[in-house]
Design a protein around this ligand. Structure first.
Ligand SMILES: [Mg+2]
Length: 118
């Protein structure tokens, strides 16, 4: 195996980070003072929020698997259409919450949520 992993992230683009940031802001508008953004940097609630999103990824995955089984589909096809969109949306939410937490730990600069909160 070569050490060249230059193409590993070839699908990544700035667009995904724009989407993740928009999700951070959407979630803060929705949850306000109980949002990830509003918690102290090391609050246990941050872990609960992140794990809720991770659990929702698992739920989408499990629901797709059950649906594939009920329909007699091959598991390889279980993420076609809507299920894939749901999985992607939940993964973006995980990234948004993880990013918000990491940002709170490492950045002294006010996050974009400040603009939302004012
Ligand atoms: Mg979610």
């Amino acid at each position: 195996m070569s050490g060249d992993r230059g193409s590993t992230c070839s699908g990544a683009s700035a667009a995904i980070w724009v989407e993740v940031q928009a999700e951070r802001e959407r979630a803060h508008r929705k949850y306000g003072d109980t949002s990830m953004e509003a918690q102290p940097p090391t609050a246990w609630l941050r872990l609960a929020i992140l794990m809720e999103e991770v659990g929702e990824v698992a739920k989408v995955y499990n629901n797709a698997r059950h649906r594939a089984h009920a329909m007699g589909w091959d598991e390889a096809d279980m993420f076609s259409g809507q299920a894939e969109a749901e999985l992607r949306a939940e993964l973006v939410q995980v990234a948004a919450m993880a990013g918000a937490w990491a940002d709170a730990l490492t950045s002294a600069a006010p996050g974009p949520y400040v603009a939302v909160r004012t």
